[in-house]
Design a protein around this ligand. Structure first.
Ligand code: ZN
Length: 418
């Protein structure tokens, strides 16, 4: 069976709420064989969702005391030897590329780069906790059979951060990360998830360093935080990162298959591998603990979950087109354009349907695309300088002035209401 035949067969079985099926109508992303499997090209509609999620997380991170950093997508191979990625994670990495007799690798994670930012200057306990955040593009090798729309890809963007702290601070930091997740999930209306304490597997020493005491200590810290926060969770062995245990937030896709969407990880290993230190209160060198966290995991997977959760009817603040203006006839275009530019100037994503189509066709198409607000403009609206407003999911139409609509939209978008 050819690659295309397999694809067609798989697509025949897609449910209507599968993000790959919804993508056909809503145009969030595109895969191109010449670019390569698992390497999504994000279309404008998908980027709106990503950008808005990013804006939300930037705000939460700013309030949480994070600082933004940036780092390159590649590094020398020896860097990943030191970080532990090559010894424990090589099967998930892209192969080496040689440049001036030195091998380089595409990064599978941002962590090692952030560790180097930490060690770029002498650190004092007074600076801690230091929280470095980056929207980092990373590359991971997934078997071609495992690739699935945006759920599993080979090029992904992580909403990543690393927190460097002392031992007395670590529980508070983990708790604050979990509270940030709860906040973000509430905004997104995600209530159906499972928390998993992901532990090492002492029988798999190809994947995990043989440090029983340290593993048990780190797992104990995560367990204590979950218990103190009164959060139900399950424990599973063999699911930890190679550098430490983690708490995963597990979401189900529409077929009931569970995937990790977010995680917080306690790393007791990397500080030693990179010889990271800070000067403690007694003037001595001390190793920091490192918390890795990615509340939105990969943007790719998280957006896929949201597309499926909302079945393409994205909440107003995440909608690629928030308002569709439908002028009934050509003579209404001028007023339609005026309203469009007014809304556009207050950062509303608005478009005018200028096609030569019937009114009912235009309204039907806007509904099909689940656009939150559809505005009809005819003779009556032009003469009274008003708008006939139809909101998604509501039967009644309202007559509003352009100002009234503008302030209603601005308020709802700013509140990120669902
Ligand atoms: Zn990390």
């Amino acid at each position: 069976m050819s690659f295309e035949e397999k694809n067609v067969k798989a697509e025949l079985r897609l449910q209507a709420d599968d993000h790959r099926e919804l993508n056909k109508k809503h145009q969030y992303y595109h895969f191109d064989e010449q670019v390569g499997p698992g390497l999504p090209l994000w279309l404008p509609n998908g980027v709106v969702i990503r950008d808005e999620l990013e804006r939300l997380m930037r705000e939460l991170e700013f309030l949480g005391g994070y600082q933004r950093v940036m780092s390159p997508h590649i590094a020398k191979e020896e860097f990943y030897q030191r970080s532990g990625h090559l010894p424990y994670y090589e099967e998930s990495m892209f192969p080496a590329m040689e440049l001036e007799n030195v091998n380089y690798r595409l990064r599978p994670m941002c962590c090692p780069h952030h560790h180097k930012i930490f060690s770029s200057s002498l650190r004092s306990y007074r600076e801690l906790p230091l929280r470095f955040a980056e929207y980092g593009q990373v590359y991971r090798y997934e078997l071609s059979g495992a690739l699935s729309g945006l759920m599993r890809v080979r090029g992904l963007c992580q909403n990543d951060a690393h927190i460097y702290c002392g031992i007395a601070q670590v529980k508070n930091e983990i708790r604050a990360v979990i509270e940030m997740y709860q906040h973000a999930y509430r905004i997104l209306g995600i209530a159906d998830f499972r928390l998993r304490l992901s532990k090492w597997d002492p029988n798999n020493l190809a994947k995990y360093a043989d440090k029983l005491k340290e593993w048990e200590w780190a797992e104990g810290i995560l367990r204590e935080v979950l218990v103190e926060m009164n959060l139900p969770f399950d424990e599973e062995s063999g699911e930890a990162a190679f550098y430490g245990p983690k708490i995963d937030v597990q979401l189900k896709n529409i077929y009931g298959k569970e995937e990790s969407a977010s995680s917080v990880q306690l790393d007791f290993m990397s500080a030693e591998r990179f010889d990271l230190n800070f000067i403690n209160e007694r003037g001595e060198k001390e190793r920091p603990l490192i918390v890795h966290r990615a509340p939105l995991g990969s943007h790719e997977r998280f957006v896929a979950f949201l597309i499926e959760k909302f079945r393409g009817a994205m909440p107003l603040w995440l909608a690629p087109v928030q308002v569709q203006i439908v002028p009934i006839a050509d003579r209404h275009h001028q007023y339609a354009k005026h309203v469009e530019s007014m809304l556009h100037n207050s950062f509303v994503k608005v478009s005018v349907d200028q096609r030569v189509e019937s009114l009912s066709r235009k309204i039907k198409d806007a509904k099909e695309l689940q656009i939150p607000y559809v505005i009809v403009i005819g003779d009556q609206e032009v003469s009274s300088q008003s708008l006939s407003v139809q909101q998604r999911g509501r039967r009644e139409r309202r007559q509003l002035s352009a100002q009234e609509l503008q302030s209603e939209l601005s308020g709802k978008i700013a509140a990120r209401s669902l």
